[in-house]
Design a binder for this molecule. Sequence first.
Ligand code: NAD
Length: 459
Amino acid sequence: MLHFEDINPSTGELIAEIPSTSPEQLQAAVARARAAQPAWAALGVQERIKLLGAVSERLEANAEELADLISKEMGKPRAAALGEARGWAKQAQVELQEISRAVEPEWHETDSNRVQLVRDPLGVVAAITPWNFPVGMPFQILLPALGTGNTVVFKPSEMVPLVGARIAELLGEGLPPGVLELVQGDGALGAALVESDVNMIGFVGSRATGIKIMGAAAGGLKRLVLELGGKDPLIVMGDADLESAAECAVRHSLRNSGQVCCSVERVYVADEVADVFEQLVIEKAKEWNCGDAFEEGVKMGPMVSALQLQKVEAQLTAAQAAGARIAYRGEVPAGKGFFHPPVVLTNVSADQEITHEETFGPVVSLTRFSGEEQEGVRLANDTPYGLGANVYTADVERGLRMAQGIHAGQVGVNQYLGGAPGLPWVGARQSGFGFLGGIEGHRQFTVPKSIAQPKVATQ
Ligand code: NAD
């Protein structure tokens, strides 16, 4: 049997050798999910929600253990890992209530007939997820997929197989056999899952993988939701509250070691305030210490892998060769961990690779610009991505106008982007295809069907 290595990125040590799901086991898992689907759908949404809702208590009861696993497998500081596990104990209930509303039947009438609109499940959903929020990302797919009456074959990222297995256990307890199947492996297994007898792929991951999945799904016209990467801008206008803008730039470039889909990846600052702003950013970046995920008070853990570390280093080397300057580089602990220090990069120009390719690392990348409104919008849109964006200006009307002009799923004006409960999480342009969350997002795991009947004549 083939195995893959599960490595602790804070120490470089082997946590476990994980058996890969074989092609035969994969086909058997998909077949079990297929066989279980009609009865699961027939249970009805309220019964399904009740069974799935039990996961909240289990997540809460096991949050400490889950947080240990998250920190160990992908290096998230322990406090943030616990926040993720606990947060989903609450969020699961909110999502399940929304899912129940999303599939409520609707009645429509004409002069002669009554039509009921129902939302059928699609069948078997492949859930393929990344490692950066190893509880949150899977739950965003698993809950709506299952709640709407599909069965699921879940492949967590090969970086977090033990977290994946544990959440599958916590969610799967008490569900009928075959409703939630777990498979373990790398991209090749993910590709085989996409090719297998599934009806839909719910995917969160990189744009490059999203493109491959879309191509592979085309032959079977399989339904897709793809939540992909980003290259989010933050525009600092000349009249902005520089303190708040710098706080936002640093926090959201460095949080989770920059390994967040909606990290601030490009900061454009108006020429007239650029000197002051850069200094503020450097001072704030100094507060971000980097260390073992289990060390008390550490704000930034390691990168998830040696490969991710090399990618960030290579991008920085190329940026420097093209004229960018490292204005600040923090410290990293000694040892075999995959640590990358927080970096503040200045003199970044529009044509550099680091301005266009997702970095996914702890870099605050600063580019100066004229400070004109139209130019700010143009620079924000100078990317194929469209996940999030942020604008800081004292002129709120101008900020809102700029937000209208920016192609993104989420825009923050004088605050970091973020929606409100019940809103979908959207990757516009090449940051996604379809979207997750909110009633509209949950409905993507279903197909609408109208059932018409003649109106009975009343005497
Ligand atoms: P990735 O694309 O390398 O892998 C994601 C998942 O896809 C993994 O489970 C992997 O094994 C699998 N996979 C790889 N190749 C595949 C293939 N050909 N067919 C099917 N499955 C395949 O991404 P990652 O490194 O795990 O995650 C980081 C990326 O995820 C970043 O680009 C980040 O921006 C993005 N992300 C996006 C969101 C969002 O909401 N838009 C949220 C979190 C992360």
